[in-house]
Every structure is written in C-alpha cells, then in structure tokens.
Design a protein. Sequence first.
Length: 257
Amino acid sequence: MSESRPEILALIPARGGSKGVPRKNVLPIAGRPLIAYSIDHGRHSRHITRVIVSTEDDEILAAALAAGAEAPFRRPADLAGDLSPDIDVFAHALTWLRDHEGYRPELVVHLRPTGPLRCVDRIDAAIELLLAHPEADALRSVSWPPVTPFKMWRIDESGYLRPLLTVPGLRDAHSQPRQILPETFWQNGYVDIVRPSTVLEKHSMTGDCVVPFRVMEPILDLDHVDDIPILEAALLRIARGESPFAGTGRRVDRYPA
C-alpha cells in the first residue's frame, strides 16, 4: 500500500425494478431499508473513501441519502432493466465521475445492496489483498459450491446429455469420486473489487488476472421473500452483540450494528 491513502470508491448499484421481491432495495429489514446495511458496510470501512449509490429510482435515492451515501448522478433508465449488465452501470458511474468531478479512484468496491450481513473486516481484507497485487485487474470473493460442476450436464442441440466440464487425462470425470476432482469455487457476490482501468479500458468486470478472496462463512442475501425472516433474525443477533451465524461456531467482529 502506498504511503498516501488511496482513493477507494464503494459503488452500490440499486435499481427500482425487482420481480422476485418487489422494491426489495428499500424493503424494511429489521427496521431499516435493505440498502442501508450495504451503505453502512462502506462507511465503516477503514479504506473506503466514498460510498456512492447508482440508481434511477426516487425512493431508493432518498433512502440512500438518508443512510449517508452519496448519489451525485442519476442512472439512465436504459441501464436499469432486468438484463442490464454490471459493466454498463460501472462504466457509466466511472465516466460520469471522471468527466464531471475529475475523480479517478484507484479501486472500485462492488457492494450489492442485497447482502446486509457483510463483515467490515472482510471488506477491508479484500481491499488490502488487491492493493498488494498491482498486477491484478480485479478481485472476486468466492466460496465452495454446494456441488461440484464436474458432475453437471447440459443438453446439446440434438437433445442428448453432454458433460458440462471435463478433466484432461481423466475419463468420465462425472463418475469419479468428488475428492479427486479439481477444486472449484462459486462467485458468491459478498464483495468484488475492480480497477477502473479494467472497466473503462478492458471493458470487463474482471479483466485477465483475478485475485481470489475466499469467504467460507455462510452467504445470506435477500433473493426470495422466505429469506426475510432469516436475515432479520441474524441482524437482531448482531444488535445483541452475538454472532449472526449462531450454531455454526463462528464469531466475526465488526459487523455494523
């Protein structure tokens, strides 16, 4: 890490349309809008210098400002659809900040608003890891998948099953013991970090060299209505100074209460 403090932006993309859980980014969870928790994560970080929300929605904008985030621009509506990719949202934000403020952060931390249970220490450790790897374009948080993709199949154009993945030198990998198959990881969305040059010059959210950041604690996001009571119970445990993962034997400090 350089002697001067690097500019590190936390960008929280939060659009108004959500079909699985309508209006979920401002849905009250344990008494607060869902997006407020991700804003807290950025504001409590030792390294993040700005927290910005990218949205096209008035209610999300108001909730973000009330929680202490910045919202210096409005996201264009054509970048807020169901299929709008992250790369376009991040390119718009970075281009706007560069052109209107002359602001060029060293790193951009992607905090998805659906994850209210991040540990701030984890975020800071991820930032420090990417700063220690100047050759890398990005960092992705990963964890072990519930099943190995080497035992997955796809259906080809003729309607027949084909292995999703193969292992050179290993026949019928799909029928081999899991223990001898290559280790694989799932990108869990806990925290991802990218260099602005990766977005603006390589037109990618990962680039060519990606640092893995392993997060082995449970990942709890709001994807379905049934997730709400689970998240609220975990947040209430944090408020009492307890581990959000009661019964797992884990205790991690610096969850914003």
